[in-house]
Design a protein around this ligand. Structure first.
Ligand SMILES: Cc1cc2nc3c(=O)[nH]c(=O)nc-3n(C[C@H](O)[C@H](O)[C@H](O)COP(=O)(O)O)c2cc1C
Length: 317
């Protein structure tokens, strides 16, 4: 692929795609595979992992000999500052700090020579991020998988953010093929930030029963809300709900979150279901692009598929 953007130039990529951080799905192995294939792989760091886990996964990602990134969830850092120290020690090429108070961490990361980005779900959040000093903004629409805002879809958000900020913009939410990549590049984005499309990959740490549900799911099978966070007593700021595969637990509690918050059995119920591989109760985060994830593929195959964006962009030449 000969398309060059800020993203490809900054990290020496052959495809303008970031393998988005996905806690519980993408660790060192997926990051290494994505980076080896010419995109930028990332490690998703959940609130539950230890600094030692970060060190280990970063080592595995770095072994590819290519730049890689680490994705942090901002609100989890306050209670566990050692996580940020582990990230600084690993020195990835890129770090994202999203969802919560991220600005206080930018100075240390940038001083270490790390490119820092955050995910914004509204134009106002993107403008605030530029003002706070990020190197680039990820405009993340509500159709995306996992946590984030659900107020604006990717296309309107991307157009608005591109007009509102001067820093490089990456597009996220619902981009799964060369067509989606071509669309956001044509609009002016420097690349795509892609999560769900990598969920069918052999290199994930997704339990097999969860991966089966991903492959079987249609584009209409996701739902957005706070049910699973409330059930697990996770302190996600309420504006950042999650998009996951709809299941029986979600249907039962949607609209009854207050009651769920005091339903004592809920955390154990979810934990036991996860242990048992019962995903009618435990959740699988995924975005609307899940309908395009139909078979087990390698990360290299998924990255290679994006390269066709060039052909699509040349259609009107
Ligand atoms: C299973 C899953 C886990 C995720 N975990 C994280 C995470 O740990 N940190 C983060 O910043 N974003 C996380 N995200 C959001 C992604 O970084 C990204 O915004 C999203 O996947 C883009 O939309 P897409 O799924 O339609 O490609 C997650 C997304 C998914 C699907």
């Amino acid at each position: 692929m000969t398309i060059r953007t800020w993203l490809t130039d900054r990290f020496g990529l052959t495809v303008p795609v970031v393998g988005a951080p996905m806690a519980g799905v993408g660790a060192g192995r997926l990051a290494a595979a994505v980076s080896r294939a010419g995109a930028l792989g990332m490690i998703g760091v959940s609130g539950a992992v230890t600094p030692a886990w970060i060190e280990e996964q970063a080592g595995e990602a770095a072994a590819a000999g290519r730049p890689y990134g680490i994705g942090l969830i901002a609100w989890t850092l306050a209670r566990d500052p050692a996580k940020l120290d582990a990230v600084l020690a690993a020195r990835p090429a890129l770090v994202s700090v999203s969802f919560g108070p991220y600005a206080e961490h930018l100075g240390k990361l940038r001083a270490a020579g790390i490119v820092v980005v955050t995910q914004a779900g509204t134009t106002e959040e993107a403008v605030a991020a530029e003002r706070a000093g990020v190197d680039a903004v990820v405009a993340r629409g509500g159709e995306g998988g996992g946590h984030g805002r659900n107020e604006v879809a990717t296309l309107p958000l991307l157009q608005s953010v591109l007009d509102a900020v001067r820093v490089p913009v990456l597009a996220a939410g619902g981009i799964a093929t060369a067509r989606g990549l071509a669309a956001v590049l044509a609009a002016g984005a420097e690349g795509a930030w892609v999560g769900t499309a990598f969920m069918g990959c052999a290199e994930t740490v997704l339990p097999p029963a969860a991966a089966e549900r991903v492959l079987a799911a249609a584009e209409t099978d996701t739902a957005y809300g706070r049910v699973f966070d409330v059930a697990q007593r996770l302190d996600w700021p309420p504006e950042y709900g999650g998009r996951a595969l709809r299941n029986a637990f979600f249907e039962r509690w949607k609209g009854h979150e207050e009651e769920l918050a005091t339903h004592e059995a809920a955390p154990a119920e979810i934990a036991a279901a996860r242990e048992a591989g019962d995903y009618e109760t435990a959740c699988v985060y995924a975005g609307q692009a899940v309908g395009m994830v139909r078979e087990r593929r390698t990360a290299a195959d998924v990255v290679a598929g994006f390269a066709d964006a060039e052909h699509l962009l040349n259609r009107f030449r």
